[in-house]
Design a binder for this molecule. Structure first.
Ligand SMILES: [Zn+2]
Length: 239
């Protein structure tokens, strides 16, 4: 009798274990965050560099996001069209990229974004309502609570980065160094937003790009573009 009770208890415990742990495991699996990577290129369009980046993205079947500077578009309209037609994301990175102008006030900053968007739509023949923005130099130390409220009220979504090739200030870093920087994570997020540039001196960024793409593919990341559905990502705001 004692044995029977003992056996029954063990069996009950086992059943309870199955009931409790099966759904938990399923829930754990479904909540496992997907590894996403957003390749972003600032400061273009630029002849040769942006075009070479587009070629590499195309041959690797990968989409990226270009944070466009309005004043760079003139004479390079075809490159902007190619970015759009090939399905890459487009973000706003001000018209002038002139820190003395863009950061004088939030109104000045917004009008720089508006000016940029107007030109983009003129060139593309579209009426896109692009809300993805990137602060030149990053939002850190610039984005105040007041700015955040104003920008958010106008529907803007801010994107900083958590991986930095450091090719903006140091365009002459070797492709190996750029790949090394491009695989260093600033946080533990499963969402990597990689900052890269397409300025005229970013030849080595083009050289590093195939290996960078290869790394993220091998690590099981899915490449995504930044669009209206992408949750914003910005640093802690200035008090
Ligand atoms: Zn920039």
């Amino acid at each position: 009798m004692k044995n029977k009770i003992y056996l029954f208890s063990i069996l009950s415990l086992f059943l309870a274990f199955l009931l409790i742990f099966e759904p938990m495991q399923a829930a754990q699996l479904s909540s496992t965050e997907e590894k996403l990577v957003y390749l972003t290129f600032d400061d273009g369009p630029t002849p040769k560099i942006t075009e070479e980046i587009l070629d590499i993205l195309e041959s690797n079947n990968v989409k990226a996001t270009f944070f466009i500077v309005g004043k760079e578009i003139k004479g390079r309209e075809a490159i902007l069209k190619r970015i759009y037609e090939e399905g890459h994301g487009i973000g706003l990175h001000t018209y002038s990229h002139d820190f003395k102008k863009i950061y004088t006030s939030c109104d000045a900053f917004i009008s720089e974004m508006d000016q940029n968007l107007t030109i983009i739509n003129e060139v593309l023949g579209t009426t896109l309502d692009i809300k993805a923005i990137r602060f030149p130099g990053g939002s850190s130390g610039r984005l105040t609570k007041a700015w955040l409220e104003t920008l958010t009220a106008k529907g803007y979504q801010i994107y900083d980065w958590n991986v930095d090739l450091q090719d903006g200030v140091k365009g002459n870093l070797s492709p190996i160094e750029l790949v090394r920087n491009g695989t260093k994570f600033m946080d533990k997020s499963s969402r990597k937003i990689i900052l890269a540039h397409c300025n005229t001196n970013n030849q080595n960024t083009c050289k590093a790009l195939p290996n960078l793409i290869k790394y993220y593919k091998e690590q099981g990341y899915t490449f995504k573009i930044i669009d209206a559905t992408t949750p914003p990502y910005y640093y802690r705001i200035k008090k």
